[in-house]
Design a protein around this ligand. Structure first.
Ligand code: SAM
Length: 295
């Protein structure tokens, strides 16, 4: 047997690896999710699109090529989110880098961003000043800067490590966003006034921990997710107070909210805001809230 033959017999068919993904992971995830992991992984590490396997079922890959596929598999077995394994995700069709210091951006948050874009895309305002509070990966701030003409965006987070990721993402997507490190629960003093303040703050009560998937609560940052059971709306209360001094006259406040606390969160808008709208997400859950600061 020549060296070449030995090499060939050692190499694996790509479809065999797909079968191994299923045999190892089907106990932990739905089958179609395992398919989707496999395709994401081959696209990421081998630059192969999903249809390649259908066109070429006998595709063979080398030992070196298969190695990252097996490494990803062992992390998936530990239920580490695929986005952290690959180091990135997509949000509003933008590529964003993510790591364990930031929340993985969610489709519900894209809905919040689309809501804002829909409200402002035909706006006559020359410069739309926006502040995103609790920016995490920067997903909201960066997509608004990218898709809203005339937007001037600032973004705030308490976590330096999250801000590092958000800054990289702004560079990656070639948008200008000014980042501020601050704790919104302590009085934050910013001189500027904004047309829009938006926030997806931490809102999961510790008592709801068993309602969220284990791979979320075990892997994503606690500081991005949880609030204490006895003060579930603390961020909303603080941000509303902040907005009362930092929104321009008739400026708008937009929130992503806890689906179980829609009415309670809406009630916080009662005194100082008008045109308040509670909006459901694609799953029919109360998820977004907006209101205009009264004159
Ligand atoms: C639910 S995550 C949202 C991240 C991102 N905006 C998104 O929608 O995916 C909440 C963010 O608020 C930040 N945060 C937590 N406590 C904060 C505080 N006291 N002041 C400012 N930001 C805070 C966290 O670091 C985290 O990035």
């Amino acid at each position: 047997m020549s060296d070449l033959d030995v090499e060939t017999t050692l190499n694996m068919l790509l479809r065999e690896i797909k079968n191994i993904y299923h045999s190892e992971l089907d106990a932990f995830y739905p089958k179609d999710e395992v398919d989707s992991f496999f395709y994401l992984v081959i696209e990421h590490y081998l630059d192969l699109e999903r249809f390649v396997l259908a066109l070429n079922p006998d595709l063979v890959i080398t030992k070196t090529e298969e190695q990252p596929l097996f490494e990803a598999l062992s992390q998936l077995r530990l239920e580490r989110p695929i986005q952290y394994i690959l180091g990135g995700t997509q949000f509003m069709d933008l590529e964003l880098m993510v790591n364990e210091n930031v929340l993985i951006p969610r489709p519900e948050t894209e809905e919040l961003v689309r809501w804002i874009i829909g409200d402002y895309e035909v706006s006559e305002i020359e410069e739309i000043n926006i502040l995103d509070i609790g920016t995490g990966s920067g997903c909201i701030a960066i997509s608004l800067a990218k898709f809203l003409k005339n937007a001037q965006v600032k973004a705030l987070d308490v976590s330096d490590k999250a801000l590092e990721v958000a800054k990289q993402n702004a560079l990656l997507n070639e948008v200008k966003v000014e980042f501020i490190q601050a704790d919104i629960l302590i009085d934050v003093l910013l001189k500027e006034k904004y047309d829009i303040i938006v926030s997806n703050p931490p809102y999961v009560r510790r008592l709801e921990k068993n309602k969220i998937k284990l791979n979320v609560s075990e892997n994503e940052p606690d500081i991005a997710l949880f609030v204490e059971d006895n003060e579930p709306l603390v961020f909303y209360q603080k941000i509303i107070e902040f907005a009362k001094t930092n929104l321009k006259k008739e400026g708008w406040l937009y929130f992503e909210i806890n689906q179980y606390l829609g009415e309670e969160t809406k009630a916080l808008f009662e005194n100082d805001f008008t045109e308040v709208v509670l909006h459901k997400d694609m799953f029919g859950n109360d998820r977004m809230l907006k209101g205009k600061l009264k004159n």
